[in-house]
Design a protein around this ligand. Structure first.
Ligand SMILES: C[S@@+](CC[C@H](N)C(=O)[O-])C[C@H]1O[C@@H](n2cnc3c(N)ncnc32)[C@H](O)[C@@H]1O
Length: 306
């Protein structure tokens, strides 16, 4: 399904044009809770480890919507999330001009909007319908085109793109390898996959580390399993290499990142760092004998073989 099938109060939206839509077509629906039929009935489920992230998101939309829609300049984490996106795109700058992008687990559109800004055609997929609505609301005025699917990483729209993203997604998906292998089928041969996952050690001393996860911090398995709260697989380098290889992709680059934003050193860094200052500090962390392994995220660039 796509925005072609979206409805409001049971009636089609009647968007101007056809999917993927110029973002301007979405303007009449800004702030309105349109409905999108789901592609994967799994998105309606709840209560097990596969749905732990979604269960948490549903609660957060009702308790703390201002943290969920961080593209709203009034969000308390607007600046933090923007700084993080700038840091990601600093590392992934070679792919900024991709013209067709599949953003799996796109959320409210932290990256989708950046690619729309550069005129790309973006296909956003997420199992959280509320996030997809926010992305649609943030889209107008951006030069690209957009389509949305309410679905999971295991059921993706039939597209072929030059760039696929899965940013901070696969660590919440127990069958990450199956999801990544499916995602790879949507990338043209020779095309690129950019993804990130939580890293093994940095999460435990990060500002949002979950209470009660001390066992996960100390054991070898590297899985945070707090029923009713969250399920996260933490990655070290061998596990990432196995994930990429298992999905039939070639690893191009693996970058340790995020010691400062959302990382263990966030609390002691100045609040108003420029991107240049942030990149320089992160580089010093990367080379540091103690802080080096304590980064929060791995940034991964992979390629679909030709
Ligand atoms: C931490 S957020 C990241 C959002 C966005 N990629 C970003 O970087 O801002 C994780 C996202 O993954 C989505 N997600 C969770 N389980 C998923 C699944 N099985 N398939 C696809 N997306 C999933 C969530 O709904 C959420 O939007």
């Amino acid at each position: 399904m796509s925005l072609d099938d979206a409805t409001f109060a049971g009636a089609p939206l009647g968007l101007a044009g056809s999917a993927p839509y110029p973002t301007e077509a979405l303007r009449p629906w800004v702030g309105r809770a349109f409905f999108l039929p789901c592609d994967d009935p799994w998105v309606r489920g709840a209560g097990d480890r596969d749905h732990a992230y979604l269960d948490g998101a549903r609660t957060s939309w009702s308790d703390h919507p201002e943290y969920m829609d961080f593209l709203d300049p009034d969000s308390p984490v607007y600046d933090l999330k923007r700084a993080e996106a700038d840091l990601y795109l600093h590392h992934w700058g070679a792919h900024r001009d991709a013209t067709t992008v599949l953003d799996v687990g796109c959320g409210v559109g932290r990256f989708a909007t950046r690619f729309l800004d550069r005129g790309a055609t973006v296909y956003g997929v997420d199992p959280d319908l509320e996030s997809l609505r926010r992305l649609a609301w943030h889209a107008p005025d951006r030069p690209g085109r957009l389509d949305l699917s309410w679905s999971s990483a295991h059921h993706l729209p039939e597209v072929e793109v030059e760039l696929a993203l899965a940013v901070e997604v696969l660590c919440y998906v127990p069958d990450a390898e199956g999801a990544l292998a499916h995602l790879a089928t949507r990338v043209r041969p020779g095309g690129t996959v950019l993804l990130s996952v939580e890293s093994r050690w940095g999460w435990a001393s990060s500002p949002d580390a979950p209470a009660g996860a001390i066992e996960a911090a100390l054991q070898e398995e590297g899985v945070i399993d707090l029923p009713g709260d969250r399920w996260v697989r933490l990655y070290d380098e061998p596990r990432i290499r196995a994930l990429i290889e298992g999905a039939g992709l070639e690893l191009v680059e693996l970058i340790a990142s995020h010691w400062i934003p959302d990382g263990p050193l966030e609390g002691c860094a100045p609040l108003d760092l420029s991107l240049e200052e942030l990149v320089a500090l992160e580089e010093r962390c990367r080379l540091h004998p103690i802080w080096g392994p304590m980064h929060r995220l791995w940034l991964v660039e992979a390629r679909r073989p030709t």
